[in-house]
Design a protein around this ligand. Structure first.
Ligand code: NBP
Length: 469
């Protein structure tokens, strides 16, 4: 047994993670349910073959790893993970560590922790972000489990992780489901980021009548400013790509129906369960669902048409506003995502380190950006702030972008351009910043029909109204 670690599952993510591990000087054993995939992987390992032991059976795989064995499972999330754990369990020894590195629902991770209790085996639920490229050259790694177990795998995980100015983007975030929960919220924020980018693209395409190449130039310019991020970079890049067959921009040929695998939805469900609004993520998830209803949308357009265009403001002014609106929308989405994590930290007793989370998202993952460096600094300086928007740095961004967000949402409303995530960000800020809201009326209604009672501004205790009296 010479391997120091094992990887099960050699589809895109597992294969690249295994190569990354070998690249960092570790000897890795690999196994995949379907042997042909294992063979293909072994054949592709090239110069790294010396440090790869490809195994045809799970027994050979376990035997190839030096105990106590760290075993990374990188298979399709859900049932396959349970099946893989069940198959592994009888073959492993006490102190071996099973690491589920897929996109697990953290509630499944919590259940797996409970199921493995008393088995002598150690479990880690690990969120990995960065797609294929990240897995191969450095992902962001979010770890949940016993801190002692993390210490044992820390060297290899930090070695393979992305680095932000030399700092590894891998960290232990808390017990049991903490890592997978944080990965879920990462993906929820990713949904919001992508949706808001798509919304400003829509304004440029449908309101300013810009072609893909011109829109690409705008995103390229933005990537040198405060919006500098991986998602803005790839947006500029994809907008420039032409379809070989038609010579048209490929985005103009791609069907406008987005897929989703569940992490965005889980973010929304968990935030709702804890009563913490994540409106930008909700809007993004709903927008993907609406995007999938293509036939209905076509029917509705035929029935209602699109509102007539209003007088247009100067295009450069609109573009300037779009940049700032996107920044404002980002502040809302991240403030909401971090608030959801703060609530979950309380609820599940994780003590999530907010600044560390922002730090390990600065490189490797899909939402990597300079913005996250500012978030890390803000949480470092204000560890107990209830909302990112209230930190001095982010209050300032809101002040500087507020009017632009208003103009973008107002223009969009008058022109019938859908900007649900940006509009939700504005609604969130405007609700959050108003000390006297309108829920007094809701409380009156609730008391009227259900005798739910209300608090008074001028007296202690619970009161009822003189309804119908
Ligand atoms: P997939 O999610 O497409 O899963 C394919 C892998 O799962 C194959 O190795 C397959 O083996 C294995 N598998 C299946 Br399906 N059922 C199995 C079972 N019952 N027992 C054992 N193995 C089984 O692979 P992926 O795209 O590499 O993603 C892996 C994980 O990483 C997922 O949880 C995913 O959500 C997560 N993730 C993906 C990305 C990304 O960009 N793709 C990013 C971050 C996280 P087979 O070859 O025998 O069919």
């Amino acid at each position: 047994a010479e391997a120091e670690i094992g990887v099960i599952g050699l589809a895109v993510m597992g294969a690249n993670l295994a190569l990354n591990i070998a690249d960092n000087g570790y000897h890795v054993a690999v196994y995949n349910r379907t042997a042909s995939r294992t063979d293909a992987f072994a054949a592709s390992a090239g110069a790294l073959s010396d440090r790869v032991t490809a195994c045809a059976t799970l027994e050979d795989f376990v035997a190839a790893i030096r105990p106590p064995r760290p075993v990374i499972i990188m298979v399709k999330a859900g049932e396959p993970v349970d099946q893989q754990i069940a198959a592994l369990k009888p073959l492993l020894d006490a102190n071996d560590i099973i690491i589920d590195a897929g996109n697990a629902n953290f509630r499944d991770t919590m259940r797996r922790f409970t199921d493995l209790e008393g088995s002598g085996l150690t479990f880690i639920g690990m969120g990995v972000s960065g797609g294929e490229e990240g897995a191969r050259h450095g992902p962001s790694i979010m770890v949940g489990g016993a801190e002692e177990a993390w210490r044992r795998v820390e060297p290899v995980l930090t070695a393979i992780s992305a680095k932000y100015q030399g700092e590894p983007c891998a960290a232990w975030l808390g017990e049991n489901g903490a890592g997978h929960f944080v990965k879920t919220i990462h993906n929820g924020i990713e949904y919001a980021d992508m949706q808001m980018i798509a919304e400003v693209y829509g304004v440029m395409r449908d309101h300013l009548s810009m072609d893909a190449a011109s829109i690409a130039s705008v995103f390229s310019a933005w990537s040198k400013g405060p919006l500098d991020s991986y998602l803005i970079d790839i947006t500029a890049e994809v907008l420039k790509v032409e379809d070989a067959a038609s010579g048209r921009p490929i985005v103009d040929i791609i069907v406008d129906a987005a897929g989703q695998k569940g992490t965005g939805r889980w973010s929304v469900i968990e935030s709702q369960m804890m009563g913490v609004p994540a409106t930008a993520i909700e809007a993004a998830v709903a927008a993907r669902s609406l995007s999938a209803m293509r036939e209905q949308r076509a029917t509705a357009e035929a029935r209602f048409g699109i509102p007539a265009a209003q007088d247009r403001r100067d295009a450069q002014q609109v573009i300037g506003d779009l940049e700032k609106a996107l920044l404002a929308g980002k502040v809302a989405a991240y403030a909401q995502g971090f608030a959801v994590m703060a609530a979950a930290s309380q609820e599940f007793g994780w003590n999530l380190p907010m600044a560390t989370i922002a730090r390990i998202w600065r490189a490797g993952c899909i939402i990597r950006s300079t913005f996250l460096d500012e978030i890390a600094t803000a949480f470092n300086e204000n560890p107990d702030v209830p909302n990112l928007a209230l930190t001095p740095a982010f209050s300032k961004i809101i002040e500087e972008t507020d009017q632009s967000l208003r103009r973008v949402v107002a223009d969009a409303a008058l022109n019938g351009l859908p900007v649900p995530a940006l509009a939700s960000a504005l609604g969130y800020f405007d609700t959050y910043r108003r000390a006297r809201g309108t829920a007094n009326l809701i409380q009156a209604q609730r008391d009227f029909f259900g005798a739910h009672g209300f608090a008074r501004l001028d007296a202690e205790g619970e009161h009822h109204g003189p309804w119908g009296g």
